[in-house]
Design a protein. Structure first.
Length: 349
């Protein structure tokens, strides 16, 4: 008997939570662990996953000549009767794109009537495909079609952020889904800013141990997001603390749902991914410039003022004071950031 794929529907209470990037990285990590993965961009208007593919194809105007999600739902022409979809290769996974061209104009998507039936037909087709996992990137918010997708999936993941607005919209989404005949819905807190070190991360995971609905807190990785859009981004994305958090959240989810596929966390060297201390108030380049500047200033005083002149003149104190003023913005950012992180920790508990 043919094994059916596990259908995972990924939703969010509001836009901008990082849902599409999480889907792409999770799919790639699972594929690298030996699973066959299909990603589906079921958000033809925002089309986040499709945009990643567009960049991957070096901004090729036409993404595919085969049937897309928009074609299937009749947003580009009349409803298609075909159940054959475009499956484009995106790194180690396959992707059904939302549109055939990234700038494609679509008609308004009616989420009632025939669209709900078409959704059922789509999920029936996905369940017959030969993959281990099908991960569906759905639209943000809540409507009849999103509820229908959650009903037809094996489980759903709601991606939220830690701020009050995101938490409120996520709670609203979960309330609606609990009132429907949906599969279990788990929450992943994404882009959590107060997690800087491995110790911080472990403490944050201990906080959610008793919360059955939340399976992970994904750290905000400033270096990862600053490299977004650059050629090295996709090469580094799967070996970051962001990917580590996604992987541990998946393993927790797999344990609860008795899914045999787990991610080997040994692929993430702790010494590189979790340095002893990692600042988030400045980028990697800013930190390098500060360190290099401090090194040269120190070398200057040692060589010129002490070794050559034999001492420090009182005017040198003005130079030291001026240099200290240059560091004040960074020190203030660090202190204010620490206070904000302490408040976020307190509120999250």
């Amino acid at each position: 008997m043919k094994k059916k794929p596990v259908l995972i529907n990924v939703v969010s209470g509001k836009g901008g939570t990082g849902k599409s990037l999480l889907v792409a990285i999770l799919g790639r990590i699972l594929a690298q662990e030996g699973s066959s993965i299909l990603l589906v961009d079921l958000d033809p208007f925002v089309r986040g996953l499709t945009h990643f593919f567009y960049l991957y194809k070096k901004e090729r105007r036409r993404i595919t000549d085969k049937q897309t999600i928009a074609d299937f739902f009749g947003l580009t022409r009349g409803e298609s009767k075909s159940m054959e979809f475009a499956r484009e290769r995106f790194f180690e996974v396959d992707l059904i794109p939302a549109v055939s061209k990234i700038e494609e104009h679509l008609e308004y998507m009616d989420t009632t009537g025939s669209s709900k039936e078409r959704t059922k037909e789509l999920f029936t087709s996905l369940r017959d495909m030969k993959y281990d996992f099908v991960i569906i990137d759905n639209r943000a918010g809540i409507d009849d079609m999103i509820i229908r997708c959650c009903e037809l999936s094996d489980l759903s993941l709601s991606v939220s952020e830690a701020d009050p607005v995101a938490r409120s919209t996520n709670d609203n989404l979960l309330r609606h889904l609990r009132d429907s005949n949906t599969a279990k819905v788990y929450t992943i807190m994404n882009k959590v800013r107060y997690v800087k070190t491995l110790r911080d991360y472990r403490e944050s995971m201990e906080e959610i141990r008793a919360d059955y609905d939340i399976v992970g807190k994904i750290p905000f990785d400033v270096d990862l997001f600053e490299s977004f859009g650059k050629p090295e981004f996709w090469n580094e994305a799967n070996s970051t603390r962001y990917a580590y958090g996604i992987s541990e959240a998946w393993n927790k989810l797999a344990h609860r749902e008795e899914i045999p596929t787990v991610i080997d966390l040994k692929r993430f060297p702790e010494s590189r991914i979790w340095p002893v201390k990692s600042s988030t108030f400045a980028s990697r380049i800013d930190r390098m410039l500060i360190a290099t500047g401090a090194l040269f200033i120190t070398a200057y005083f040692i060589v010129d003022r002490i070794m050559i002149r034999g001492g420090i003149h009182w005017l040198d104190l003005l130079l030291i004071y001026a240099v200290g003023l240059l560091f004040v913005p960074f020190i203030r950012s660090f202190v204010m950031g620490s206070d904000k992180e302490f408040s976020e920790r307190k509120n999250s508990r």
